[in-house]
Design a protein around this ligand. Structure first.
Ligand code: B4P
Length: 191
């Protein structure tokens, strides 16, 4: 089983790349953002509670996403591993993931960090806002907050990956195919 973390600021292309990486390597794509948006769309109690937090660009509580991920891992069969997209987003989530994997005789094999500058991020999310209908894409102040939350709470997870010797920095600017090739080259080193 291989476990790959897709990492990078909001709008860096984690979701875009995770879908095709999962297909190519028979991994299950686990996006906490998609899972939370599905809760919102289904109008569940959890979705209703998380809606305002997500619309403001803040992170939902750690235990919410940790539980979601644990349930998905335990319900999965027939896959060669997982690609975690947008999770972990805090050091607490990273520690919980490592423990969860160890308890299931797995580990974090690779953390791919997409590097994209803020101007490009802003442009991508404004463009996506035209089609996504996402409240958190539509407002420049919210996008700025998401980038600030990334710097404050999520970037420290890169250090966590560095210390574990699994983090690899990847240039996230270029065509989607070019970036995909860059990511595949790293994955080929762990399979
Ligand atoms: P996410 O769904 O993870 O949102 P994201 O960071 O915007 O997505 P991503 O980086 O995957 O962007 P994409 O590929 O789509 O999270 C949303 C919210 O959910 C968070 O703010 C938080 O509130 C909550 N949440 C999620 N996980 C959480 C967790 N673990 N803990 C707590 N809270 C959590 O790419 C963006 C756009 O760029 C797309 O339109 C795409 O087409 C375009 N694009 C991609 N690659 C490109 C390229 N190479 N060139 C040009 N455009 C490109």
């Amino acid at each position: 089983m291989i476990n790959v973390l897709m990492f990078g600021p909001p709008g860096s292309g984690k979701g875009t790349q995770s879908v095709t990486l999962a297909e190519k390597y028979n991994l299950l794509h686990l996006s906490t953002g998609d899972m939370l948006r599905a809760e919102l769309a289904a109008g569940t109690e959890l979705g209703k509670k998380m809606e305002a937090i997500m619309a403001s660009g803040e992170l939902v509580p750690d235990d919410v996403v940790i539980d979601m991920i644990a349930h998905k891992i335990d319900a999965t069969t027939g896959k060669a591993g997982f690609v975690f997209d947008g999770f972990p987003r805090t050091v607490e989530q990273a520690e919980a993931l490592q423990k969860m994997l160890e308890e299931r005789e797995m580990k974090i094999d690779l953390m791919l960090v997409l590097e994209v500058n803020d101007t490009e991020l802003m442009e991508r999310m404004k463009k996506r806002a035209l089609v996504s209908g996402r409240a958190d894409d539509a407002d420049e102040a919210v996008i700025n907050n998401r980038i600030a939350v990334y710097s404050a709470k999520t970037e420290p997870v890169i250090d966590y990956g560095r210390k574990a010797g699994v983090s690899r920095s990847v240039d996230g600017v270029g065509s989607i195919d070019e970036i995909f090739d860059r990511l595949c080259r790293h994955i080929e080193t762990v399979i």
